[in-house]
Design a protein around this ligand. Structure first.
Ligand code: ATP
Ligand code: MG
Length: 139
């Protein structure tokens, strides 16, 4: 099951700028089914827990501030090869390097405000999904 699912967030910048509909359309057109969805606002502490792997990085404070600046959309998505294909769909972390046709190319403003998150492994997809959703909220 986990191999067919990934976890995504529409980040505060993209949500605030009204790009939720456009991003969900790109996700659906890429063949993903939405298995769970909610609008939620992270605290600085919760954003730090989610990105704990980056806690020693110089940008950790900025990352927590950006990710708790406003509501996000949390998503569990399903498709064959979900994790790897989603990383291709969102494009490079820095939108300056993102390819045409990717979500970040179209909607990301900067390296810090890069519109969407995508899990980087099946293991993290499962962990991140359970960070936001109980088993009963994933259909
Ligand atoms: P995400 O985990 O949000 O999907 P990613 O996997 O493409 O992004 P990571 O290396 O996990 O990239 O970094 C997490 C986030 O931290 C990035 O999305 C970016 O906004 C921010 N970030 C990464 N590297 C830097 C950096 N050198 N300077 C500032 N911010 C950075
Ligand atoms: Mg990452």
């Amino acid at each position: 099951m986990a191999t067919n699912r990934t976890f995504s967030m529409i980040k505060p910048d993209a949500f605030a700028d009204g790009h939720t509909g456009g991003i969900l359309t790109m996700i659906n057109e890429a063949g993903y089914k939405i298995k769970a969805i909610k609008v939620i606002k992270l605290t600085d502490e919760k954003a730090g827990q989610f990105y704990e792997v980056h806690k020693e990085r110089s940008f950790f404070g900025d990352l927590k501030r950006v990710m708790s600046a406003g509501p996000i959309v949390a998503l569990v998505l399903e498709k064959e090869n979900a994790v790897a294909d989603f990383r291709k769909l969102i494009g490079a972390t820095n939108p300056a390097n993102a390819e045409e046709g990717t979500i970040r190319k179209k909607y990301a403003k900067s390296l810090e405000s890069n519109a969407v998150h995508g899990s980087d492994s099946d293991e993290n997809a499962a962990l991140e999904s359970s960070f936001f959703f109980s088993q009963f909220e994933i259909v």
